[in-house]
Design a binder for this molecule. Structure first.
Ligand SMILES: NC(=O)C1=CN([C@@H]2O[C@H](COP(=O)(O)OP(=O)(O)OC[C@H]3O[C@@H](n4cnc5c(N)ncnc54)[C@H](O)[C@@H]3O)[C@@H](O)[C@H]2O)C=CC1
Ligand SMILES: O=C(O)C1=N[C@H](C(=O)O)C[C@H](O)C1
Length: 269
């Protein structure tokens, strides 16, 4: 009998789903026990390995998450907000660790994860990479140190398929800057300026989004004052940095008390 945690990947055919499946296959500390896709997806019923164009992996893509989750100790989920909410309830029933990478969730959708977190471990982050999580800590410290003469602007760039803006990472940086200043992001966020917007308000945190080509994910956190600028930059060139963090989280969560955790918890930051 094997004691390595069995993982289910949801959104298995997606950009992150396929990266996760490849990386689980290369890791002897975990096993792939399920691959879930949305109803009607052409991969449902096929072996996930062959659907991805490689050798068979012995795991058939299913649209029945409840059956797949019953065999799993961890669910790694990069899908959509609606699917993620559904999976949170099912993962809690199965007492499986639910790693959530999905972005674009509203405040209400995030709050709706709480009942599931009473029964199981949820680890959620808008960005699973070590570099971004380190930079979020730095953002908070810099925001604590600099006063409101420094305007905070966050600029993010992503591939042309991305459907949500600002990115989950940009919002993480915004939350970190707001926490450093002792304010709530929702009270100071400037999202989507257009037209005669009026002059910039002191203390606000601005967001801008670029979409194009195959950009994996790039973020600048800018502190802009008369006479000087401090700019923090993170550039992801490969999705493996997100997948590595998500898989680390799935292992870290095993045996933890139920609750909602972040990547800062996983990484001990
Ligand atoms: N937190 C992080 O570090 C990262 C988060 N993301 C986020 O992850 C999400 C997915 O990103 P990508 O893989 O680029 O998108 P994608 O569009 O390539 O993949 C999403 C997959 O989810 C599937 N899906 C949708 N509804 C489903 C359902 N009800 N059941 C099962 N599968 C379902 C889709 O068919 C698709 O294959 C996005 O929200 C993105 O912003 C992406 C990269 C890193
Ligand atoms: O959709 C993506 O691709 C990414 N999404 C995450 C986000 O919204 O910040 C993380 C990463 O930037 C890639």
């Amino acid at each position: 009998m094997t004691h390595t945690p069995g993982l289910v990947v949801t959104g298995a055919s997606g950009r992150m789903g396929q990266m996760l499946i490849r990386m689980i296959g290369e890791n002897d500390k975990m096993r792939l026990v399920g691959a879930v896709e949305r109803k009607g997806h052409p991969w449902v019923g096929q072996d996930i390995g062959t659907a991805m164009g490689g050798p068979a992996l012995g795991v058939t893509v299913t649209d029945e998450a409840v059956d797949a989750f019953a065999k799993a100790q961890g669910i790694v989920d990069f899908t959509t907000p609606e699917a993620t909410l559904e999976f949170a309830a099912l993962a809690a029933q199965a007492r499986a660790v639910h790693v959530i990478g999905t972005t674009g969730m509203t405040e209400e959708q995030i709050a709706a994860l709480e009942p599931a977190a009473r029964h199981a471990v949820i680890i959620r982050s808008g960005n699973m990479s070590l570099g971004v999580n380190l930079l979020a800590q730095l953002t908070r410290k810099i925001a604590e140190a600099l006063d409101e003469d420094f305007d905070v602007e966050i600029v993010e760039s992503h591939h042309h398929h991305k459907v949500d803006a600002p990115s989950g990472t940009a919002l993480m940086f915004g939350e970190a800057a707001a926490a450093g200043r002792g304010v709530q992001l929702r009270d100071v966020a400037d999202r989507g300026r257009d037209g005669i917007t009026g002059a910039r308000q002191k203390g606000h945190i601005g967001f801008s989004a670029i979409r194009g080509g195959d950009i994996v994910g790039e973020h600048d956190v800018m502190f802009l004052a008369p006479g000087e600028r401090v700019i923090l930059r993170h550039i992801a060139t490969d999705r493996s940095v997100f997948a590595r963090g998500a898989l680390k989280a799935a292992i870290w969560g095993q045996g933890r008390a139920p609750g909602i955790y972040s990547m800062a918890d996983v990484l001990g930051l």
